[in-house]
Design a protein around this ligand. Structure first.
Ligand code: NAP
Length: 248
Protein backbone atom coordinates (compact mmCIF):
# COMPACT_ATOMS: atom_id res chain seq x y z
CA UNK A 1 0.00 0.00 0.00
CA UNK A 2 1.15 3.52 -0.83
CA UNK A 3 -0.75 6.76 -1.45
CA UNK A 4 -1.29 9.98 0.45
CA UNK A 5 -0.04 10.00 4.03
CA UNK A 6 -0.69 12.88 6.42
CA UNK A 7 2.22 13.42 8.81
CA UNK A 8 1.45 15.91 11.56
CA UNK A 9 4.46 17.87 12.74
CA UNK A 10 6.33 16.91 9.60
CA UNK A 11 8.45 20.04 9.37
CA UNK A 12 11.21 18.97 11.75
CA UNK A 13 12.64 16.08 13.77
CA UNK A 14 11.01 12.65 13.61
CA UNK A 15 8.15 13.86 11.36
CA UNK A 16 10.52 15.30 8.77
CA UNK A 17 12.64 12.13 8.70
CA UNK A 18 9.44 10.09 8.31
CA UNK A 19 8.20 12.23 5.41
CA UNK A 20 11.45 11.84 3.51
CA UNK A 21 11.70 8.10 4.15
CA UNK A 22 8.10 7.50 3.08
CA UNK A 23 8.56 9.68 -0.01
CA UNK A 24 11.37 7.35 -1.05
CA UNK A 25 9.05 4.36 -0.57
CA UNK A 26 6.40 5.67 -2.96
CA UNK A 27 4.14 7.57 -0.57
CA UNK A 28 2.89 11.15 -1.13
CA UNK A 29 3.41 13.00 2.17
CA UNK A 30 1.30 15.93 3.32
CA UNK A 31 3.22 17.47 6.21
CA UNK A 32 1.59 19.75 8.73
CA UNK A 33 3.39 22.25 10.90
CA UNK A 34 2.56 24.87 13.51
CA UNK A 35 5.00 27.77 12.87
CA UNK A 36 7.97 26.76 10.76
CA UNK A 37 6.73 27.15 7.17
CA UNK A 38 10.35 27.43 6.01
CA UNK A 39 11.28 24.06 7.48
CA UNK A 40 8.12 22.43 6.13
CA UNK A 41 8.77 23.74 2.61
CA UNK A 42 12.32 22.34 2.77
CA UNK A 43 10.92 18.91 3.64
CA UNK A 44 8.47 19.14 0.74
CA UNK A 45 11.29 20.14 -1.63
CA UNK A 46 13.41 17.17 -0.50
CA UNK A 47 10.45 14.79 -1.03
CA UNK A 48 9.82 16.23 -4.48
CA UNK A 49 13.50 15.96 -5.35
CA UNK A 50 13.24 12.18 -5.00
CA UNK A 51 10.20 12.12 -7.26
CA UNK A 52 7.35 12.13 -4.73
CA UNK A 53 4.26 14.31 -4.69
CA UNK A 54 4.24 16.28 -1.43
CA UNK A 55 2.66 19.32 0.18
CA UNK A 56 2.81 21.30 3.41
CA UNK A 57 0.15 23.02 5.44
CA UNK A 58 0.03 25.07 8.60
CA UNK A 59 -2.42 23.35 10.96
CA UNK A 60 -2.41 23.33 14.74
CA UNK A 61 -3.57 19.80 15.59
CA UNK A 62 -5.25 21.01 18.78
CA UNK A 63 -7.67 23.18 16.75
CA UNK A 64 -10.51 21.21 15.16
CA UNK A 65 -10.98 23.59 12.22
CA UNK A 66 -7.28 23.29 11.39
CA UNK A 67 -7.51 19.49 11.39
CA UNK A 68 -10.53 19.58 9.07
CA UNK A 69 -8.69 21.96 6.72
CA UNK A 70 -5.59 19.75 6.79
CA UNK A 71 -7.43 16.65 5.61
CA UNK A 72 -9.34 18.55 2.93
CA UNK A 73 -6.17 20.23 1.64
CA UNK A 74 -4.30 16.90 1.50
CA UNK A 75 -7.12 15.41 -0.59
CA UNK A 76 -7.40 18.44 -2.88
CA UNK A 77 -3.66 18.74 -3.49
CA UNK A 78 -2.50 15.10 -3.45
CA UNK A 79 -5.50 12.72 -3.64
CA UNK A 80 -7.35 10.30 -1.33
CA UNK A 81 -5.75 9.84 2.10
CA UNK A 82 -4.55 6.28 2.86
CA UNK A 83 -2.58 6.74 6.05
CA UNK A 84 -1.91 9.00 9.04
CA UNK A 85 1.18 9.49 11.18
CA UNK A 86 0.07 11.24 14.36
CA UNK A 87 3.49 12.70 15.16
CA UNK A 88 3.05 16.33 16.30
CA UNK A 89 3.77 16.65 19.99
CA UNK A 90 5.18 19.05 22.54
CA UNK A 91 6.96 19.07 25.86
CA UNK A 92 6.94 21.92 28.37
CA UNK A 93 9.68 23.26 30.64
CA UNK A 94 10.88 20.96 33.39
CA UNK A 95 8.48 21.21 36.34
CA UNK A 96 7.18 19.31 39.33
CA UNK A 97 3.45 18.52 39.41
CA UNK A 98 3.05 20.91 42.35
CA UNK A 99 3.98 23.80 40.06
CA UNK A 100 1.83 22.93 37.04
CA UNK A 101 -0.57 25.58 35.74
CA UNK A 102 -3.95 24.78 34.19
CA UNK A 103 -2.80 26.64 31.06
CA UNK A 104 0.19 24.32 30.68
CA UNK A 105 -1.98 21.21 31.08
CA UNK A 106 -4.55 22.52 28.63
CA UNK A 107 -1.91 23.03 25.97
CA UNK A 108 -0.15 19.72 26.67
CA UNK A 109 -3.30 17.65 26.42
CA UNK A 110 -4.67 19.75 23.56
CA UNK A 111 -1.66 19.09 21.32
CA UNK A 112 -0.65 15.60 22.50
CA UNK A 113 -4.07 13.98 23.06
CA UNK A 114 -6.96 15.97 21.55
CA UNK A 115 -4.95 16.56 18.35
CA UNK A 116 -4.13 12.90 17.60
CA UNK A 117 -7.71 11.86 18.45
CA UNK A 118 -9.20 14.46 16.09
CA UNK A 119 -6.80 13.43 13.33
CA UNK A 120 -7.58 9.74 13.92
CA UNK A 121 -11.29 10.51 13.71
CA UNK A 122 -10.84 12.20 10.33
CA UNK A 123 -8.69 9.32 9.09
CA UNK A 124 -11.17 6.63 10.22
CA UNK A 125 -14.07 8.48 8.59
CA UNK A 126 -12.22 8.31 5.27
CA UNK A 127 -10.55 4.90 5.53
CA UNK A 128 -13.10 2.60 7.14
CA UNK A 129 -14.38 -0.10 4.79
CA UNK A 130 -17.61 0.00 6.84
CA UNK A 131 -18.33 3.41 5.31
CA UNK A 132 -17.05 2.59 1.82
CA UNK A 133 -13.44 3.59 2.37
CA UNK A 134 -10.38 1.71 1.11
CA UNK A 135 -8.85 0.79 4.50
CA UNK A 136 -5.50 2.10 5.63
CA UNK A 137 -3.05 2.50 8.44
CA UNK A 138 -2.49 4.84 11.40
CA UNK A 139 0.72 5.17 13.40
CA UNK A 140 0.72 7.22 16.59
CA UNK A 141 4.00 8.59 17.95
CA UNK A 142 3.89 8.02 21.69
CA UNK A 143 6.94 7.94 23.98
CA UNK A 144 8.80 5.64 26.37
CA UNK A 145 7.83 8.32 28.90
CA UNK A 146 4.34 6.78 29.02
CA UNK A 147 5.81 3.95 31.09
CA UNK A 148 8.76 5.77 32.66
CA UNK A 149 6.48 8.49 34.10
CA UNK A 150 8.55 11.65 33.62
CA UNK A 151 8.94 12.32 37.37
CA UNK A 152 10.39 15.70 38.29
CA UNK A 153 10.53 16.64 34.62
CA UNK A 154 7.17 16.37 32.90
CA UNK A 155 4.63 13.96 34.36
CA UNK A 156 1.98 15.72 32.26
CA UNK A 157 3.81 14.84 29.03
CA UNK A 158 4.21 11.22 30.16
CA UNK A 159 0.51 11.02 31.03
CA UNK A 160 -0.46 12.50 27.68
CA UNK A 161 1.55 9.77 25.95
CA UNK A 162 -0.10 7.11 28.12
CA UNK A 163 -3.39 8.39 26.73
CA UNK A 164 -1.97 7.92 23.23
CA UNK A 165 -1.03 4.32 24.09
CA UNK A 166 -4.53 3.57 25.36
CA UNK A 167 -6.28 5.14 22.42
CA UNK A 168 -3.99 3.19 20.08
CA UNK A 169 -5.05 -0.12 21.62
CA UNK A 170 -8.72 0.81 21.83
CA UNK A 171 -9.03 2.21 18.33
CA UNK A 172 -7.09 -0.72 16.87
CA UNK A 173 -9.69 -3.15 18.25
CA UNK A 174 -12.58 -0.90 17.22
CA UNK A 175 -11.58 -0.79 13.55
CA UNK A 176 -9.78 -4.12 13.20
CA UNK A 177 -12.51 -5.47 10.92
CA UNK A 178 -12.79 -2.23 8.94
CA UNK A 179 -9.48 -2.51 7.08
CA UNK A 180 -7.57 -0.12 9.36
CA UNK A 181 -4.52 -1.03 11.43
CA UNK A 182 -3.58 1.27 14.32
CA UNK A 183 -0.20 1.07 16.03
CA UNK A 184 2.16 3.25 18.05
CA UNK A 185 5.89 3.77 18.16
CA UNK A 186 7.34 4.71 21.55
CA UNK A 187 10.67 6.51 21.00
CA UNK A 188 13.22 6.86 23.74
CA UNK A 189 15.75 9.70 23.80
CA UNK A 190 15.94 11.04 20.23
CA UNK A 191 18.22 13.76 18.91
CA UNK A 192 15.78 16.50 17.87
CA UNK A 193 15.00 20.10 18.83
CA UNK A 194 12.17 19.07 21.16
CA UNK A 195 14.50 19.08 24.16
CA UNK A 196 15.63 22.67 23.55
CA UNK A 197 12.00 23.67 23.00
CA UNK A 198 11.35 22.50 26.57
CA UNK A 199 14.27 24.57 27.90
CA UNK A 200 16.67 21.61 28.14
CA UNK A 201 19.16 21.92 25.24
CA UNK A 202 21.63 19.75 27.19
CA UNK A 203 19.12 16.96 27.89
CA UNK A 204 20.66 14.42 25.54
CA UNK A 205 24.14 14.79 27.09
CA UNK A 206 22.60 14.56 30.56
CA UNK A 207 20.32 11.56 29.98
CA UNK A 208 22.18 9.40 27.46
CA UNK A 209 24.17 7.62 30.19
CA UNK A 210 21.00 5.86 31.38
CA UNK A 211 20.24 4.54 27.89
CA UNK A 212 21.60 0.97 27.70
CA UNK A 213 23.01 1.66 24.22
CA UNK A 214 24.71 4.76 25.65
CA UNK A 215 23.52 7.14 22.99
CA UNK A 216 20.48 9.05 21.74
CA UNK A 217 18.62 7.71 18.72
CA UNK A 218 18.43 9.52 15.40
CA UNK A 219 15.09 10.60 13.87
CA UNK A 220 15.58 8.18 10.98
CA UNK A 221 15.74 5.27 13.44
CA UNK A 222 12.18 6.14 14.53
CA UNK A 223 11.05 6.80 10.97
CA UNK A 224 12.10 3.26 9.98
CA UNK A 225 9.79 1.79 12.64
CA UNK A 226 6.93 4.07 11.61
CA UNK A 227 7.36 3.19 7.93
CA UNK A 228 7.29 -0.53 8.70
CA UNK A 229 4.15 -0.31 10.85
CA UNK A 230 2.48 1.82 8.20
CA UNK A 231 3.29 -0.62 5.42
CA UNK A 232 1.70 -3.90 4.30
CA UNK A 233 4.81 -5.66 5.63
CA UNK A 234 3.12 -5.25 9.04
CA UNK A 235 -0.20 -6.61 7.75
CA UNK A 236 -0.98 -8.68 10.89
CA UNK A 237 0.19 -6.03 13.38
CA UNK A 238 -2.42 -3.87 15.07
CA UNK A 239 -2.73 -2.43 18.56
CA UNK A 240 1.04 -2.77 19.01
CA UNK A 241 3.17 -0.36 21.04
CA UNK A 242 6.65 -0.66 19.54
CA UNK A 243 9.45 0.57 21.82
CA UNK A 244 12.39 2.14 19.97
CA UNK A 245 14.53 3.35 22.81
CA UNK A 246 17.99 1.81 22.67
CA UNK A 247 17.00 -0.59 25.45
CA UNK A 248 15.53 2.05 27.76
P1 NAP B 1 10.34 18.47 17.30
O1 NAP B 1 11.68 18.26 16.69
O2 NAP B 1 10.16 19.48 18.37
O3 NAP B 1 9.28 18.71 16.12
C1 NAP B 1 7.94 18.89 16.48
C2 NAP B 1 7.11 18.99 15.24
O4 NAP B 1 5.74 19.09 15.64
C3 NAP B 1 7.40 20.21 14.40
O5 NAP B 1 7.18 19.88 13.06
C4 NAP B 1 6.36 21.21 14.89
O6 NAP B 1 6.03 22.21 13.93
C5 NAP B 1 5.19 20.29 15.12
N1 NAP B 1 4.19 20.79 16.05
C6 NAP B 1 4.34 21.18 17.34
N2 NAP B 1 3.17 21.56 17.86
C7 NAP B 1 2.26 21.41 16.88
C8 NAP B 1 0.87 21.65 16.80
N3 NAP B 1 0.18 22.14 17.83
N4 NAP B 1 0.24 21.38 15.64
C9 NAP B 1 0.92 20.89 14.58
N5 NAP B 1 2.24 20.65 14.59
C10 NAP B 1 2.89 20.91 15.73
O7 NAP B 1 9.81 17.08 17.94
P2 NAP B 1 10.27 15.55 17.74
O8 NAP B 1 11.31 15.26 18.75
O9 NAP B 1 10.51 15.26 16.32
O10 NAP B 1 8.95 14.82 18.26
C11 NAP B 1 7.99 14.25 17.40
C12 NAP B 1 7.12 13.33 18.23
O11 NAP B 1 7.94 12.34 18.86
C13 NAP B 1 6.37 14.02 19.35
O12 NAP B 1 5.07 13.47 19.48
C14 NAP B 1 7.20 13.69 20.59
O13 NAP B 1 6.44 13.71 21.77
C15 NAP B 1 7.66 12.29 20.23
N6 NAP B 1 8.85 11.86 20.96
C16 NAP B 1 10.04 12.51 20.83
C17 NAP B 1 11.14 12.08 21.55
C18 NAP B 1 12.48 12.74 21.47
O14 NAP B 1 13.37 12.46 22.32
N7 NAP B 1 12.73 13.62 20.50
C19 NAP B 1 11.01 10.98 22.43
C20 NAP B 1 9.78 10.35 22.54
C21 NAP B 1 8.71 10.79 21.80
P3 NAP B 1 6.93 23.58 13.75
O15 NAP B 1 8.17 23.15 12.99
O16 NAP B 1 6.07 24.47 12.94
O17 NAP B 1 7.24 24.07 15.12
Amino acid sequence: MTGVVIITGGSRGIGAATAELLAGQGWSPCVSYRDRADAAEEVVARCQAIGAKASAMRADVSVEDDVLRLFRAAEDELGPVRALVNNAGIVAPRSRVADFTAERLDRMFGVNVLGPLLCAREAVRRLSTASGGPGGSIVNVSSRASELGGSGEYVDYAASKAAVDTFTVGLAKEVAQEGIRVNAVRPGLIDTEIHASGGQPDRIERVKAVVPMGRAGQPLEIAEAIAWLLSDRASYVTGALLDVGGGR
